[in-house]
Ligand binder design. Sequence first.
Ligand code: ZN
Ligand code: ZN
Length: 165
Amino acid sequence: MANWKESISNFAQNALNKSKGIAETTRLNLDIINNDQKIKSIHQEIGQYICEHLELVTADETLTALLASITELKEKNEVNNAAISEVKARGKCANCGATLNANSKFCAACGTPVPEEKPAEAEAAPAESAAAEAPVEENAVVYCSECGEVLQNGAVFCGNCGKKQ
Ligand SMILES: [Zn+2]
Ligand SMILES: [Zn+2]
Protein backbone atom coordinates (compact mmCIF):
# COMPACT_ATOMS: atom_id res chain seq x y z
CA MET A 1 0.00 0.00 0.00
CA ALA A 2 2.66 2.43 0.99
CA ASN A 3 4.53 1.50 -2.13
CA TRP A 4 2.34 3.16 -4.77
CA LYS A 5 1.93 6.20 -2.59
CA GLU A 6 5.66 6.38 -2.39
CA SER A 7 6.12 5.96 -6.13
CA ILE A 8 3.61 8.75 -6.82
CA SER A 9 5.39 11.07 -4.46
CA ASN A 10 8.68 10.04 -6.07
CA PHE A 11 7.23 10.83 -9.46
CA ALA A 12 6.12 14.24 -8.26
CA GLN A 13 9.47 14.84 -6.65
CA ASN A 14 11.24 13.87 -9.88
CA ALA A 15 9.10 16.27 -11.91
CA LEU A 16 9.83 19.00 -9.42
CA ASN A 17 13.54 18.27 -9.53
CA LYS A 18 13.41 18.32 -13.32
CA SER A 19 11.75 21.74 -13.42
CA LYS A 20 14.16 22.93 -10.75
CA GLY A 21 16.94 21.64 -12.98
CA ILE A 22 15.59 23.59 -15.95
CA ALA A 23 15.30 26.74 -13.87
CA GLU A 24 18.83 26.15 -12.65
CA THR A 25 20.25 25.74 -16.18
CA THR A 26 18.37 28.83 -17.33
CA ARG A 27 19.89 30.77 -14.47
CA LEU A 28 23.35 29.40 -15.20
CA ASN A 29 23.03 30.12 -18.91
CA LEU A 30 22.03 33.68 -18.15
CA ASP A 31 25.03 33.95 -15.87
CA ILE A 32 27.27 32.69 -18.68
CA ILE A 33 25.84 35.23 -21.16
CA ASN A 34 26.19 37.95 -18.57
CA ASN A 35 29.82 37.10 -17.86
CA ASP A 36 30.62 36.83 -21.57
CA GLN A 37 29.21 40.31 -22.06
CA LYS A 38 31.32 41.61 -19.20
CA ILE A 39 34.41 40.02 -20.78
CA LYS A 40 33.58 41.70 -24.09
CA SER A 41 33.24 45.08 -22.47
CA ILE A 42 36.55 44.55 -20.64
CA HIS A 43 38.13 43.68 -24.00
CA GLN A 44 36.73 46.93 -25.30
CA GLU A 45 38.15 48.80 -22.33
CA ILE A 46 41.56 47.19 -22.85
CA GLY A 47 41.47 48.21 -26.51
CA GLN A 48 40.58 51.76 -25.65
CA TYR A 49 43.21 51.89 -22.92
CA ILE A 50 45.91 50.71 -25.33
CA CYS A 51 44.79 53.27 -27.93
CA GLU A 52 45.19 55.99 -25.31
CA HIS A 53 48.49 54.63 -23.94
CA LEU A 54 50.36 53.56 -27.05
CA GLU A 55 53.64 53.92 -25.19
CA LEU A 56 52.74 50.66 -23.42
CA VAL A 57 52.99 48.59 -26.58
CA THR A 58 55.82 47.99 -28.97
CA ALA A 59 55.39 48.61 -32.69
CA ASP A 60 53.26 45.89 -34.18
CA GLU A 61 51.92 45.60 -37.71
CA THR A 62 48.47 44.31 -36.77
CA LEU A 63 48.03 46.99 -34.14
CA THR A 64 49.22 49.71 -36.52
CA ALA A 65 46.71 48.55 -39.14
CA LEU A 66 43.88 48.46 -36.62
CA LEU A 67 44.76 51.94 -35.36
CA ALA A 68 44.78 53.21 -38.94
CA SER A 69 41.27 51.77 -39.39
CA ILE A 70 40.10 53.62 -36.29
CA THR A 71 41.53 56.89 -37.59
CA GLU A 72 39.86 56.32 -40.94
CA LEU A 73 36.48 55.56 -39.33
CA LYS A 74 36.75 58.63 -37.09
CA GLU A 75 37.40 60.78 -40.14
CA LYS A 76 34.40 59.26 -41.91
CA ASN A 77 32.21 60.08 -38.91
CA GLU A 78 33.50 63.63 -38.84
CA VAL A 79 32.36 63.95 -42.45
CA ASN A 80 29.01 62.36 -41.53
CA ASN A 81 28.53 64.73 -38.60
CA ALA A 82 29.35 67.72 -40.77
CA ALA A 83 26.80 66.50 -43.32
CA ILE A 84 24.18 66.05 -40.57
CA SER A 85 24.62 69.60 -39.27
CA GLU A 86 24.50 70.89 -42.83
CA VAL A 87 21.19 69.11 -43.44
CA LYS A 88 19.86 70.35 -40.10
CA ALA A 89 20.93 73.94 -40.83
CA ARG A 90 19.32 73.81 -44.25
CA GLY A 91 15.56 74.21 -44.12
CA LYS A 92 15.80 76.47 -41.08
CA CYS A 93 15.71 80.25 -40.93
CA ALA A 94 19.17 81.70 -40.32
CA ASN A 95 17.60 84.53 -38.31
CA CYS A 96 14.99 82.90 -36.05
CA GLY A 97 15.53 79.14 -36.57
CA ALA A 98 11.94 78.52 -37.71
CA THR A 99 11.45 75.57 -40.05
CA LEU A 100 11.21 76.72 -43.65
CA ASN A 101 8.88 75.25 -46.25
CA ALA A 102 10.58 73.77 -49.29
CA ASN A 103 11.07 76.49 -51.93
CA SER A 104 10.25 79.29 -49.47
CA LYS A 105 12.02 82.49 -50.42
CA PHE A 106 11.18 84.17 -47.12
CA CYS A 107 10.88 82.91 -43.54
CA ALA A 108 7.18 82.61 -42.62
CA ALA A 109 7.90 83.58 -39.01
CA CYS A 110 10.15 86.62 -39.34
CA GLY A 111 10.24 87.48 -43.05
CA THR A 112 14.00 87.04 -43.45
CA PRO A 113 14.88 86.22 -47.07
CA VAL A 114 16.15 82.66 -47.52
CA PRO A 115 19.52 82.54 -49.30
CA GLU A 116 19.41 80.36 -52.39
CA GLU A 117 21.49 77.23 -52.15
CA LYS A 118 22.76 75.10 -54.98
CA PRO A 119 22.58 71.70 -53.19
CA ALA A 120 19.10 72.46 -51.84
CA GLU A 121 17.68 72.22 -55.34
CA ALA A 122 18.50 68.52 -55.65
CA GLU A 123 16.56 67.79 -52.46
CA ALA A 124 13.74 70.21 -53.16
CA ALA A 125 12.18 67.87 -55.71
CA PRO A 126 11.41 64.89 -53.40
CA ALA A 127 10.33 67.24 -50.61
CA GLU A 128 7.93 68.93 -53.00
CA SER A 129 6.35 65.68 -54.15
CA ALA A 130 6.00 64.57 -50.54
CA ALA A 131 4.21 67.80 -49.72
CA ALA A 132 1.92 67.32 -52.71
CA GLU A 133 0.96 63.83 -51.53
CA ALA A 134 0.26 64.98 -47.98
CA PRO A 135 -3.44 65.51 -47.29
CA VAL A 136 -4.22 69.22 -47.21
CA GLU A 137 -6.99 70.41 -44.96
CA GLU A 138 -9.12 72.61 -47.17
CA ASN A 139 -10.26 74.96 -44.44
CA ALA A 140 -6.70 75.45 -43.17
CA VAL A 141 -5.42 76.92 -46.44
CA VAL A 142 -4.63 80.62 -46.29
CA TYR A 143 -3.40 82.55 -49.30
CA CYS A 144 -1.03 85.51 -49.49
CA SER A 145 -2.83 88.82 -49.88
CA GLU A 146 -0.07 90.01 -52.19
CA CYS A 147 0.85 87.13 -54.51
CA GLY A 148 -1.80 84.48 -53.80
CA GLU A 149 0.72 81.85 -52.71
CA VAL A 150 -0.51 79.26 -50.16
CA LEU A 151 0.82 80.33 -46.76
CA GLN A 152 2.60 78.07 -44.30
CA ASN A 153 0.52 77.22 -41.21
CA GLY A 154 0.50 80.22 -38.89
CA ALA A 155 2.75 82.20 -41.23
CA VAL A 156 3.30 85.86 -40.43
CA PHE A 157 5.16 86.46 -43.68
CA CYS A 158 4.54 85.05 -47.15
CA GLY A 159 7.15 82.42 -48.01
CA ASN A 160 7.06 83.45 -51.67
CA CYS A 161 7.10 87.25 -51.69
CA GLY A 162 7.88 88.10 -48.05
CA LYS A 163 4.81 90.31 -47.57
CA LYS A 164 3.63 90.59 -43.97
CA GLN A 165 0.12 89.14 -43.56
ZN1 ZN B 1 12.87 83.52 -39.45
ZN1 ZN C 1 3.07 86.53 -51.19
